[in-house]
Design a protein around this ligand. Structure first.
Ligand SMILES: Cc1ncc(C[n+]2csc(CCOP(=O)(O)OP(=O)(O)O)c2C)c(N)n1
Length: 317
């Protein structure tokens, strides 16, 4: 990654982190009525993968991928309005937990039924292949979601049809309270790729450059028409499943160990090693803090969504 890309990545990882902090506070104040699924620990994965894409490419994000939303151009104001169910919300107040889309920016809606999103995303990749666009579809799934049956169907299709499709498995060690070893007998998730005839790599999901480089390689392969890829990005879910969950089933020493690999601290260390001016790093941080605070203030100043909206697009036969 160039120094410019690193600063871009840092800014977007900070947006995800600060947005998390803001949502957690609002949740504690009962100002958010939906679930708050913190992304902490996942910032390098969501940002590094999305950065490897270009205009016209498509993402199918999961509930811990706000970083990818920001990279694709979603603004903090749009996100705040949606999570706070305010007038103008892109889901008209029907969802605040990540099931939103902006097709104009290549963000397709998160299919809530976890693995069920994979065949849909593979279908979107087939559409791109049929149209001859060279656009790539990047689909995220968690370690838990990766064990859902439809993932097999989607990957089979992507492998056989050599679709421009990339599956990012965000292995953050827990699926709600289920540790990864209780649902994975294989050595790792990346190995599953062999069964679908596509390359599978495992990367350190807290390392922005490792994530970006692996995705960039997969994107180039997909764009060249060679076919699909699978990337396992290994991270840690640093909070509970959502903010209602005290996550006391996660061993404290495990959290402490992963705390030393915080993706934001790691990118800061990398920028220092590359001798990026410390004033650029500091000003990125201040700007992001202001931007998130302003977005929350903006959303809170707006009225709530009109309850009548709940009936829009509901049909009776
Ligand atoms: C088919 C299905 N089963 C259960 C759920 C409820 N659910 C939503 S997220 C989640 C945990 C998913 O774990 P994982 O895929 O590892 O992602 P993580 O939350 O750890 O990022 C569950 C059980 C669901 N949405 N869909």
């Amino acid at each position: 990654m160039t120094n410019e890309q690193l600063l871009f990545a840092y800014r977007h990882m900070l947006l995800a982190r600060e947005f998390d902090n803001a949502l957690i506070n609002l949740y504690r104040q009962s100002k958010i009525v939906g679930g708050v699924y913190a992304q902490m620990g996942n910032e390098a994965t969501s940002v590094g993968t999305a950065m490897a894409l270009g205009d016209g490419d498509i993402i199918f994000p999961m509930h811990r991928d706000n970083g990818a939303h920001f990279v694709r151009g979603m603004t903090p104001r749009e996100m705040a309005v949606n999570f706070l169910f305010r007038e103008g919300s892109m889901t008209r107040g029907t969802d605040g937990t990540g099931h939103f889309a902006a097709p104009d920016r290549g963000i397709y809606g998160n299919v809530s039924h976890l693995g069920a999103m994979v065949p849909v995303a593979a279908g979107a990749a087939l559409a791109q292949q049929m149209k001859g666009t060279k656009n790539v579809v990047l689909n995220y799934i968690g370690d838990g979601g990766a064990s859902v049956g439809e993932v097999h169907e989607g990957l089979t299709m992507a492998g056989v049809m050599k679709l421009p499709f990339i599956l990012i498995i965000e292995n953050n060690q827990f699926a709600y309270s289920t540790p990864v070893r209780k649902q994975l007998a294989a050595e790792n998730f990346a190995k599953r790729a062999d069964g679908y005839g596509m390359p599978g790599v495992k990367v350190d999901g807290t390392d922005i450059e490792a994530v970006y480089d692996a995705t960039d390689k997969a994107v180039k392969r997909a764009r060249a028409g060679i076919g699909a890829s699978l990337i396992e990005s290994v991270t840690m879910r640093m909070r509970g499943h959502a903010e209602h969950d005290p996550f006391d089933y996660v061993p404290k020493d495990l959290l402490a160990e992963w705390g030393k690999k915080d993706p934001i601290a790691k990118i800061e260390a990398l920028m220092k090693k590359r001798k990026l001016p410390s004033k650029d790093i500091a000003s990125a941080k201040t700007k992001v803090e202001q931007e998130i605070a302003e977005a929350i203030e903006y959303a809170l100043s707006k009225p709530g969504v009109d309850p009548k909206e709940a009936f829009r697009n509901v049909f009776v036969r």
